[in-house]
Design a protein around this ligand. Structure first.
Ligand code: GLV
Ligand code: MN
Ligand code: MN
Length: 405
């Protein structure tokens, strides 16, 4: 099956016809369809398919128990109304790269596995990279049990409803001990490759990033009869805090976004009793990130105080800076540099990835494929087919260099 036909098969799954975006949330029907697709691709190639205890899917060529495996893959879930490429490009490219290597007639000297990590985006339960975090022991079983979606369904309940046993979730060091290297190919979520005129790049580092929940509590009341002076309206402090986040991020050369909000009672003619906003913030280093988030929180407390609003701020998740394994990164550059046609710039990114989570346990690396607009987490996300094919070739070269004779 070609890259093109695999891509075409996945394309309709979980696509919302009104927005044109993808809604492939963890353990949903669309997620099940993506998983069935992955399984079918594995079986069609004679790979051994397995789902680990954290719900991640693996397709093995060679004996997993032999150790020192080379693993490649990404994720198939999406953010709300996400694009087609973030995640799926890495998974489809993994199968296409294996096909390319078989076409080259190489002999594998190390086991190879292709992987689809579960719930990378955290769209449903609020925490990103749940599958890889659990596996790497960066999310405890107790914390995972406390995760709930917008309808109050817990992660274990959702897994169970999707036909998976949540009993065994948790750290999986034996599995990680069998892996010698993980390489994730991903659409670039910026324009560095477009600006440099390169099809493919190698990742250097991921900015530290996290999510913070701000709960502004006031008093529900009638929108028509309550004098402005008598209101305790949490929307005002929230709105001021959004502006403060922008200001703090600009001052620090970082980014800060309130992209999700929940309002109670959420009536057009009612002053809200609660405004809950989620801050996503990222910066090149930890001190800068602390300064930004500290500044936003301080401003929020001042605004809340001025309006008689109660404020709770909870850090819901955090991922420290990731510096990808230098030896593996240099090895990728050496392998790809052999082809003089392909220059491979080394780029940092503000986006989180399973490769970043696993980098605490095993050597990991990432390849980026050019995205001409840099748009991501939106239906407008795009990579040209020629560039995707160049990405597949680069991934095949890397896997050949690492796992073949
Ligand atoms: C995932 O894509 C993230 O960076 O939030
Ligand atoms: Mn993403
Ligand atoms: Mn991704």
């Amino acid at each position: 099956m070609t890259f093109h036909s695999m891509w075409a098969e996945l394309l309709p799954i979980g696509r919302n016809s009104a927005s044109g975006g993808y809604r492939r949330y963890a353990w949903s029907g669309a997620d099940a369809d993506c998983r069935a697709w992955f399984r079918q691709q594995a079986e069609d190639r004679g790979l051994v398919h397995e789902v680990d205890r954290n719900g991640n899917q693996w397709a093995w060529l060679g004996d997993p128990a032999a150790g020192d495996a080379v693993v490649t893959g990404s994720h198939l879930d999406s953010v709300p109304d996400g694009g087609a490429f973030d995640g799926p490009l890495g998974v489809v490219s993994s199968f296409a790269a294996l096909d390319e290597l078989r076409g080259r007639g190489v002999r594998f000297t190390r086991p190879l596995a292709l992987v689809n990590f579960g719930d990378e985006e955290g769209a449903r339960f609020g925490l990103a990279c749940v599958g890889s975090r659990l596996t790497a022991g960066q999310l405890s079983v107790e914390q995972a049990h406390r995760l709930t979606d917008g309808d109050g369904i817990s992660l274990p309940q959702a897994m169970e409803a999707a036909g998976y046993d949540p009993e065994g979730i948790g750290a999986d060091p034996e599995r990680l001990a069998r892996i010698g290297a993980f390489v994730e190919l991903h659409v670039e979520q910026g324009r560095a490759l477009d600006l440099s005129g390169d099809r493919v790049g190698i990742a250097s580092a991921i900015w530290p990033h996290g999510r913070w929940r701000f709960d502004f509590r006031g008093e529900a009341n009638h929108a028509g009869t309550t004098r402005l002076a008598d209101r305790r309206d949490p929307m005002l402090s929230y709105a001021e805090t959004v502006l403060a986040a922008r200001r703090e991020a600009e001052l620090a050369g970082a980014v800060a976004t309130f992209g999700k909000i929940a309002v109670e009672p959420n009536g057009v003619n009612a002053i809200p009793s609660l405004v809950r906003g989620w801050l996503d913030s990222r910066a090149a280093d930890q001190d800068t990130l602390d300064t930004v988030v500290g500044g936003v929180e301080k401003a929020a407390r001042e605004y809340a105080h001025a309006h008689g609003i109660d404020l709770d701020v909870v850090r819901e998740s955090f991922t420290p800076v990731v510096e990808f394994d230098h030896a593996l990164r240099d090895e990728l550059a050496r392998i790809l540099g052999k082809d003089t046609e392909l220059k491979v710039p080394v780029l940092g990114t503000g986006a989180g990835h399973d490769a970043g989570i696993l980098s605490g346990s095993i050597p990991t690396a990432m390849l980026f494929v050019r995205n001409p607009t840099g748009v991501s987490h939106s239906p407008a996300e795009y990579a040209a087919e020629d560039d995707c094919v160049a990405g597949v070739r680069a991934l095949a070269d890397v896997l050949e260099g690492l796992a073949c004779r």
